[in-house]
Design a protein around this ligand. Structure first.
Ligand code: BJW
Ligand code: ZN
Length: 262
């Protein structure tokens, strides 16, 4: 499945960076965005997941996110999430940059985690001048009611703490992610189509800086031809194999029984 070089380089890596996308959570039951069965095949992102949609009909947007939260609430991390947490425990330096908003990496025990596109369980004020704007709070009510919820501090609408198309990513997250890509000597790119910027440019930045970059995805992507090695397999199967090959048999089992997803 993985070349000997991919395994050896991971074992010896001083700094590991990982970029994940929706595909790593597919085996947990989370729908991806593009491709067969993808969320954007049945729902229009422009009318449900954009600043314009929220301005036009915040209740409709919140209904969409309440549904997403309901789908996610019972889901658990899969062996791919646990394998990445196990690699983190063994790598001298490790940064996991995820585009996913589902919280499953944290549920699996990943600690040095950058959530580039936000988190479905976080809520923030839509008024950027409000003190609550940069203090996203976790709100695990499913569903959130009444809709749309308002900010206790300033009375503006609360919104999902998600980065919609055309919105800036958190500059500190972006800076840390770019640094991880530039400084790593090994990168794993798992479960992303590589269609969305700026995340999609991270593997190329790592390649330019001399890192060994391994892609894990059952399908070829926009990045496949440009990376060191591509393993066409589901991440829930491939990542545990990689962790075990590099670090031994126990490297991919869940850290403790009963870890909660969502
Ligand atoms: C498996 C599997 C299994 C299946 N195992 N794998 C430069 C050039 C052109 C455009 C831009 C640019 N810079 C910025 C832009 C604009 C835009 C953009 O990138 N557009 C492109 C579409 C061209 N980017 C932005 O707007 C970003 N903001 C920004 O850059 O601000 C500054 C700026 C703005 C405008 C212009 C210029 C600069 C923000 C991006 C926010 C993305 N938000 C979303 C939606 C969140 C809403 C929600 O969740 O409700 O985030 S979009 C959606 O896509 C979501 C994801 O995080 C993101 C990435 O998708 P991902 O994870 O790759 O999923 P899929 O479905 O695409 O792929 C799944 C993969 O898994 C597939 O390959 C499968 O094969 C695989 N798979 N099963 C492993 N078992
Ligand atoms: Zn407010």
């Amino acid at each position: 499945m993985f070349s000997r070089e991919a395994v050896e380089r991971l074992r010896r890596a001083r700094s590991v960076a990982v970029l994940t996308g929706a595909g790593v959570s597919a085996e947990s039951g989370v729908p991806t965005f593009r491709g067969a069965g993808g969320l954007w095949r049945s729902h229009n992102p422009l009318t449900l997941a954009s600043v314009q949609a929220f301005a036009r009909d915040p209740k409709l947007v919140w209904e969409f996110y309440n549904w997403r939260r309901e789908v996610l609430a019972p889901l658990k991390p899969n062996p791919g999430h646990y394998a990445l947490a196990a690699i983190e425990a063994r790598a001298p330096r490790f940064t996991l940059v995820t585009q996913n908003v589902d919280n499953l990496h944290r549920a699996a025990g990943s600690a040095n985690l950058i959530e580039l596109h936000g988190n479905l369980w976080r809520v923030r004020c839509s008024n950027m001048d409000c003190g609550e704007a940069f203090l996203p709070r976790e709100d695990r009510r499913v569903p959130i009611e009444p809709l749309p919820p308002v900010c206790g501090r300033c009375g503006s609408l609360l919104r999902p703490h998600i980065v919609w198309f055309g919105e800036m990513l958190d500059p500190e997250n972006l800076r840390s992610a770019a640094l991880a890509a530039k400084e790593c000597d090994y990168m794993i790119v798992a479960g992303t189509s590589g269609a969305v910027q700026p995340a999609a440019s991270m593997p190329l930045a790592a390649m330019r800086a001399g890192a060994y970059v391994v892609e894990v995805n059952p399908e070829p992507t926009e990045l496949s031809g440009l990376l060191s090695e591509c393993v066409q397999a589901p991440s829930g199967q491939a990542l545990p194999r990689l962790a075990e090959a590099a670090f031994g048999g126990s490297a991919s089992s869940p850290p403790r029984a009963g870890s909660r997803g969502g």
